[in-house]
Design a protein around this ligand. Sequence first.
Ligand SMILES: NC(=O)c1ccc[n+]([C@@H]2O[C@H](COP(=O)([O-])OP(=O)(O)OC[C@H]3O[C@@H](n4cnc5c(N)ncnc54)[C@H](OP(=O)(O)O)[C@@H]3O)[C@@H](O)[C@H]2O)c1
Length: 445
Amino acid sequence: MQAILGAIQGGAGGADLGALPIPEHYRAAFVRRDETDMFEGLASADKDPSKSLHVDDVPTPELAPDEAYVAVMASSINFNTVWTSIFEPLPTFGFLDRFGRESEWAARHALPYHVVGSDAAGVVLRVGSAVRNWRPGDRVTVHCNHVDDQDPTAHDDSMLAANQRIWGFETNFGGLADLTVVKANQLMPKPTHLSWEEAAVNALCNSTSYRMLVGTHGARMKQGDTVLVWGASGGLGGYAVQYVLNGGGTPIGVVSSPAKAELLHELGVEAVIDRAAEDFRFWSDATTQDESEWRRFGKRVRELVGDDPDIVFEHPGRQTMGASIFVCKRGGTVVTCAATSGYMVEFDNRHFWMKLKRLIASHFANYAEAYAANRLIDQGRIHPVLSAVHPLTEVGVAARLVHRNAHEGKIGVLCLAPGEGLGIDDPDKRERVGEDRITLFRRLG
Ligand SMILES: NC(=O)c1ccc[n+]([C@@H]2O[C@H](COP(=O)([O-])OP(=O)(O)OC[C@H]3O[C@@H](n4cnc5c(N)ncnc54)[C@H](OP(=O)(O)O)[C@@H]3O)[C@@H](O)[C@H]2O)c1
């Protein structure tokens, strides 16, 4: 991989890069099948990803005709790597085994180790014989929607495909590595004004937020809408509030510290609720929700923006869903893609049906949506929310920070890139877009 890195840094062309041998092994971050019970008996919060995530060499898989090898310059920590590394709610080896039974090529994925990671920015090294649109030397970002396009269910909205998977979570050979194997239909052009690590952190969270708020399958935000965004300085929320601002809406950002509130103000979000400082407790005990707290929360939203939210951008799950359904405007929409604090959600159905609200389920994004979201980054209309950078050797420490909610925005991971700030192809464009806007989370996070 060092020869490949040297060639990339030396500006080698596609033909030269394509002629370099693909190494038989590469460095990767992975969990081990024989360690899936290592945290048995511990509470979730005490499970430490730095104990289960290993960084070592793994064999390079063979390339299928519809795939590409990508030299990964940088990647990022997503919450799904936290789930994999604490083996919750299930060890991800079950996903790999089920996938492995699908076809001869899929069988490569069922291994004693799972290489994790669902984001990457890097350089295409080789493409399979069926790949048309990409070639060695292309500088790319990778989105994580892994779909078999021979399945008819994949051809309306590929997120409805029967065999839709998230790369690096439900498949092996993820992006937290020096090399990855991806389907050609996961590739997108790298935004030219960003460094490797800035380009690497966007695809998963930015595309998810785009589908939830902007795309035709989500809440379809309109100009003037008020949008309540939970975790508004986190991975998803940091992009969601930018979409609301760009789309002529009013975001109400919920966070849990004064520093996060300040970050949102700098981003242009005026209405911010610090849920910790204002001590909202939607549950009075493990099984009982407190409606008076929903009402206090709703009152606070009205004080800030003079209205109930047209859209609630929901992902914390059990802790907040009751409040989200309650505060959502009559006829409004709650859009959800996750349940960080628990899957078994409860809400008072009277507040839902009597006020004709809608609940929309959303999951990542199809290729068209991910491409549109990537284009907005490339146009400098949506900015990376990169707040910290770690080398691949510290992947466990970085995942632990995300698990403990001790981060803002996204944490980038340097894979082949030997340092920060490399890979910017168009410095003039960077200047036009504005260094301050691109690096806001890095400076204040
Ligand atoms: N379905 C999909 O395609 C998809 C895609 C991306 C992510 N996800 C999932 O979405 C969730 C969030 O992902 P992310 O990348 O945004 O994670 P993140 O960077 O950790 O941000 C989540 C934010 O949620 C807030 N939060 C956490 N616990 C909360 C609670 N009990 N009540 C209220 N707010 C809470 C925190 O903000 P404050 O503490 O500041 O309030 C935190 O910043 C994860 O579960 C992830 O797996 C799903």
